[in-house]
Design a binder for this molecule. Structure first.
Ligand SMILES: [Fe+2]
Length: 289
């Protein structure tokens, strides 16, 4: 069942998602709380599915995230960790189960202005699903996997918040994205499904249905915040030029009715160890009640 939905068309996935939300006990509460939140200075437009902020009011907190990230990477033996043929290291730097409320990652991931922006976009308070630190480097091979255009399969909508740790220019493998409305047109025109044979599209095929003028490069200085609905927006990244690299911290927010969470998300919510009675309602929802 889940494989069928995961690999389905937009229409099949939308139908399944609506049914899942009806079955999700906390969904009504999540929607009500999102509607009552004050508007965030960050606004993610539904039509575009993304928003980037090179300057913002969370400089101090983002600096803590950058310092923590740079410390971890400087102490890490990158050569030992590197897997041949993989352009991206993203799994080992951050262990979600070890993060506490004092961690800069959790403080940023749960900041009220971040959560308000994400909740207003998604229409409900989501689950914080992941905190990660990605380091991409040049791999002199044909482009593969996330270096090719795709939409993430986890749900109809989600939000990933990318925090630039390094300075990201055109040469450092920035994310290249297509806004949500244009991406929808490309999925329809290409008969896109989220299944294994049609998940990654070559540039040429995408460009047949969408002018390159619509592509947006998410480059920017350290500290830049980029919100992106990676399920709705085609994107690729990590096309890193020789001797360059890209470092980003990544936070993912999912609906409790997401394909990879239902029906027993309580058992898999990665930050459920952060639950305690003292939390306010928003944070309780974020970590997975
Ligand atoms: Fe992706």
């Amino acid at each position: 069942m889940r494989t069928f939905i995961k690999y389905g068309s937009d229409a099949q996935r939308l139908e399944w998602s609506q049914k899942s939300k009806e079955d999700c006990k906390s969904f009504e509460l999540r929607t009500t709380v999102a509607n009552e939140m004050i508007q965030s200075p960050f606004v993610i437009d539904k039509y575009n599915g993304h928003a980037s902020y090179a300057t913002h009011h969370l400089t101090d907190l983002v600096s803590e995230v950058m310092q923590w990230s740079n410390d971890v990477i400087s102490k890490s033996n990158l050569k030992r960790r590197w897997k041949p043929n993989k352009p991206l290291i993203k799994l080992d730097f951050v262990n979600p189960s070890k993060l506490t409320w004092d961690s800069p990652f959790i403080k940023l991931a749960t900041h009220k202005d971040i959560i308000s922006a994400v909740s207003k976009y998604m229409g409900h308070v989501p689950i914080l699903y992941n905190c990660g630190l990605w380091y991409s480097k040049n791999v002199p091979k044909n482009l593969a996997s996330s270096q090719l255009f795709h939409c993430d399969w986890e749900d109809i909508n989600n939000i990933k918040l990318f925090v630039h740790i390094s300075n990201i220019t055109s040469e450092d493998g920035p994310l290249i994205i297509i806004p949500a409305n244009k991406s929808k047109q490309v999925r329809l025109a290409t008969n896109y499904t989220f299944g294994p044979t049609r998940y990654y599209l070559q540039d040429k095929e995408v460009e047949q249905h969408c002018s390159k003028d619509n592509f947006i490069e998410l480059s920017g200085q350290p500290g830049t915040l980029s919100f992106l609905d990676t399920c709705s927006c085609f994107h690729y990244g990590s096309r890193v030029k020789e001797s360059k690299n890209r470092i980003v911290a990544v936070f993912q927010y999912l609906s409790p009715a997401a394909v990879n969470l239902m029906p027993k998300y309580r058992n898999v919510a990665p930050f459920k160890h952060l639950m305690n009675d003292e939390l306010d309602q928003v944070n309780k929802l974020l970590v997975g009640i």
